[in-house]
Design a protein around this ligand. Structure first.
Ligand code: AMP
Ligand code: MG
Ligand code: MG
Length: 317
């Protein structure tokens, strides 16, 4: 079946502000990457490489998704800087024409982003977030992350969860895309109220250490939800399944936080390091979030105040 595009969508593919076109292309690139992740998982050979350190793996899905995302975005936006986790080159044989998402193009670009230029933009790509869990078949922990930073600030992001609904039976639609722009909002998910009689903290399941646990303990949560992926944990926040994401460790990188941060901030939440400092995303920034990550939809300051001084002393900004 051939899908007809609305004529105003076709015109917006060339006339919409750069930021909206870039988000619309990123949604489509992430959709294609998600298809590839599912195909590789179905094929059964994940091609796992140990990158060294604690639970630090790369699979064929990480490599080929990064090549695909680079190819689609760099062919359309050649002056945008793209930084990806796996440092793969773009795949010249990949079908770079994946189009633009119509829903994104139907929305108004916030005023402050109307006139940005390609050379002010850095796109941070985590082609597969939650790889350790992917290799252990914990499929709903996995996300594809494309974060868009303008002049060093995370302003827009796409989180694709390729295996969303995979336990819901063969007829359930597999996968979903969440996207957002600060000043416009975030789309593609259902927001539930957070429970008022509990305090749920979500954190790493495969990269824990003493600081991570000391920090959480000091916040006296009623429940700790240990799941893989920075994208997956921020999804828990925005869906009302956890109050805070607490990771007092230097392991997370800018490609892990850029897209989730932008989406969380588009909803009025906050993601910072353990000192409460804002993260920066310009091309020459240190990629590692050496001072950890604290994120919450509300009461972010309270969690920062609860970070023990001993943890702050270890995690220098
Ligand atoms: P996690 O919450 O453990 O899934 O981590 C979130 C993101 O940070 C994932 O992309 C991890 O690969 C990365 N990460 C966290 N800690 C480490 C670490 N110690 N070594 C390598 N990557 C890490
Ligand atoms: Mg990651
Ligand atoms: Mg990754």
């Amino acid at each position: 079946m051939k899908l007809e595009l609305h004529s105003d969508t076709v015109s917006k593919m060339s006339t919409a502000p750069l930021l909206m076109r870039l988000v619309a292309s990123s949604v489509r690139a992430a959709d294609k990457a998600a298809e590839l992740v599912r195909k590789i998982m179905k094929g059964g050979d994940l091609g796992i490489i140990d990158k060294g350190g604690l639970n630090n793996f790369q699979t064929e899905a990480d490599r080929s998704c990064e090549r695909l995302i680079r190819a689609t975005l760099s062919s359309q936006y050649p002056e945008v800087t793209i930084i990806g986790e796996e440092d793969e080159k773009s795949d010249s044989s990949a079908d770079a024409k994946c189009g633009m998402d119509e829903e994104v193009l139907s929305k108004e670009c916030p005023d402050y982003l109307q006139n940005i230029k390609q050379n002010e933009v850095v796109v941070w790509v985590d082609p597969l977030d939650g790889t350790a869990e992917f290799t252990q078949n914990l499929l709903d922990h996995v996300t594809v992350l494309i974060g868009i930073a303008v002049n060093g600030k995370a302003v827009a992001g796409v989180i694709n969860q390729p295996f969303y609904n995979y336990k819901a039976g063969p007829d359930a639609k597999l996968g979903r895309t969440i996207w957002g722009v600060i000043g416009l909002g975030a789309f593609g998910f259902k927001r539930n109220d957070l429970p008022k009689d509990s305090m749920i903290i979500t954190t790493t399941r495969s990269h824990s250490n003493k600081q991570v646990n000391d920090c959480i303990e000091n916040m006296t949560p009623t429940e700790v939800v240990r799941v893989g992926g920075a994208g997956n944990k921020v999804l828990k926040l925005i869906e009302g399944k956890a109050h805070a994401y607490v990771f007092a460790s230097p392991g997370c990188k800018k490609w892990d936080t850029c897209a989730p941060e932008a989406i969380l901030h588009a909803l009025g939440g906050k993601l910072t390091d353990v000192h409460g400092n804002t993260l920066h995303y310009q091309a020459d920034v240190k990629v590692q979030n050496t001072a950890g990550v604290i994120a919450a939809c509300s009461d972010h300051d309270w969690y920062i105040k609860k970070v023990p001084q001993s943890v702050k002393d270890v995690l220098k900004a």
